[in-house]
Design a protein around this ligand. Structure first.
Ligand SMILES: [Zn+2]
Length: 532
């Protein structure tokens, strides 16, 4: 019974790790793989695959296994279309049908178009604790590293053709001559080429439809010969001895590339396909205008990290099963997600009781997997995200000032985490939060247009509540004193609140008043309300 309960409480990454060991047997090294074509901005949906592999790799390591985590940049793929969010559209059009590694970087920052997108990812992943070994397929193909695998595909041309046809209906079966390889023309670099023949050994003939070039190349030396995707993928599983690789639902459809790759891998390359699972898409919600205009609605990891700390970002994925679709929010939900994480953290640290032991273990595991490195030695300083947003606005956006006054004071080792959270809060409240969430304190001595009775009540709020604000030990006792002022003036509480927000921030609504007043320095409050 206990064992069963334990199993049901297991994290999906641990379940997958156990499955890999079960299916692949005990090994000295387990290879976990992921990869993508850097044909445009690598978006947060693509990141789901990377972090899924990272989580499973961690789970394997936690079981005492050695793991190699490889990330393949498929940068020898063809440049098929220019994404809308790229600058220099016209210039890039000239490189269609080139390998993407030969298109120039339209921002002139990196060596190529592909390299630019690779660098964007490679610089961000360490922030969330992910450090795979990168494999660059352009470099590998050009150095003829896969010559044996290419030859094997040519030898098994008929088998490959029948595997690909297996999942196609009569109308869609391969017609005419078919080759498992394609060639980038040595003269004009385009893949607008046709294969003329293979000599049964290392010689492959082709001609180019774009420039008329024609030659026979030696596969062991040629830079431009490449396997088609459905052959390339399983060839590399065998080449790298891959034990685990997840894939998106586009590849995991019935008869999709994973199904054919599994057969190709076994029948042609003699290797069992890796353990896999299907991960689902990710949506986004409430994306701030600034983000979408800069990247054409493509949300990348870097964008998510502006609003969510690295731990929160990992938590979004570690806390959700991969085959579940979910939405990353940039709107008011951000507050709730931070609250959920804080609760998880308290349970994981036993600062709040869990419903039962299973719930504790589950929370603890998700929490561990959400950390960038090891779980910190001291529980992080908890400050509700909503409150932090208020403190930052009270401090006119100055993070150091916002966290300088908090009590109890954080321990030195808690400060970096607190500052990281504050930076996210600042970005969110300034760029992404709904308008009603934003405020700016009035200047000293400014006056709001209030009625005489409201003015009198604000005066009392200043002299009877704020003047002695340090005596209230909590928000509740302070709130009672505020209501007392309203009562003394025969005023509805709501009317006083509205007047107070008008006097302080020039709006009809604002953060919960008692807490708000207690968060602002007394002398500053008195100065703002001086003129009443
Ligand atoms: Zn050519």
């Amino acid at each position: 019974m206990d064992k069963q309960r334990e199993a049901s409480a297991a994290h999906w990454a641990d379940e997958t790790a156990a499955k890999i060991i079960r299916e692949k047997g005990e090994k000295d090294l387990y290879t976990c793989a992921s990869g993508i074509t850097p044909s445009g901005t690598v978006h947060i949906g693509n990141f789901r695959e990377i972090i899924s592999v990272d989580l499973v790799a961690r789970a394997l390591r936690d079981m005492g296994k050695k793991v190699r985590f490889i990330y393949s940049w498929d940068d020898y793929d063809v440049f098929r279309k220019v994404p809308k969010n790229m600058p220099k559209q016209d210039e890039l059009q000239n490189y269609l049908r080139f390998p993407i590694t030969m298109a120039p970087d339209p921002w002139d920052r990196d060596a190529s178009y592909a390299r630019h997108h690779e660098v964007d990812v490679e610089t961000m992943l360490p922030f969330v604790g992910i450090q795979p070994e990168y494999l660059y397929q352009a470099e590998r193909y050009r150095s003829s590293r896969y010559a044996e695998g290419i030859r094997k595909a040519l030898e098994h041309r008929d088998t490959l053709k029948s595997i690909l046809d297996k999942f196609r209906d009569e109308d869609h079966k391969i017609q005419g001559e078919w080759w498992p390889v394609s060639v980038f023309c040595d003269k004009c670099n385009r893949d607008d080429t046709d294969i003329d023949g293979w000599d049964g050994d290392w010689g492959l003939g082709y001609h180019c439809n774009a420039c008329g070039h024609k030659e026979t190349v030696d596969i062991r030396k040629a830079a431009g010969v490449k396997l088609g995707w459905r052959i390339d993928w399983p060839m590399r599983w065998q080449y790298e001895q891959v034990d685990f690789e997840p894939a998106g639902k586009d590849h995991h459809s019935q008869g999709g590339s994973f199904d054919t790759a599994r057969l190709v891998c076994k029948e042609v390359y003699g290797w069992d396909a890796p353990v896999t699972f299907r991960y689902d898409f990710i949506g986004t919600k409430g994306v701030p205008g600034k983000m979408s205009s800069s990247s054409g609605q493509v949300i990348a990891l870097a964008d998510v990290l502006r609003v969510y700390t690295p731990e929160l970002t990992r938590y979004l994925f570690a806390g959700t099963r991969p085959n579940t679709e979910f939405t990353i929010s940039f709107d008011l939900d951000v507050i709730k997600i931070y609250e959920d994480y804080d609760r998880l953290e308290r349970i994981a640290w036993k600062a709040e009781p869990a419903k039962n032991d299973d719930a504790y273990r589950r929370a603890r595991r998700i929490y561990e997997l959400s950390q960038v490195g090891a779980v910190p030695a001291v529980m992080p300083y908890q400050i509700p995200f909503r409150h932090l947003c208020n403190l930052i606005q009270i401090a006119d956006g100055n993070i150091d000032q916002a966290i300088a006054g908090i009590s109890p004071a954080p321990a030195p080792e808690q400060i970096p985490g607190l500052k990281a959270r504050a930076a996210c809060a600042k970005y969110w409240v300034e760029e992404s939060a709904p308008e009603e969430f934003r405020f700016c304190l009035r200047g000293e001595g400014e006056r709001a247009p209030l009625s005489d009775s409201e003015t009198a009540a604000i005066r009392d709020l200043r002299d009877k509540v704020i003047a002695g604000i340090e005596q209230y030990r909590d928000d509740k006792s302070c709130a009672e004193a505020i209501y007392k002022v309203a009562e003394d003036h025969g005023m509805d509480g709501k009317v006083l609140f509205r007047a107070a927000y008008q006097a302080l921030i020039g709006k009809d609504q604002g953060p919960r008043l008692a807490n708000f007043l207690r968060s602002i320095k007394q002398e500053r409050l008195l100065a703002i309300l001086r003129a009443y």
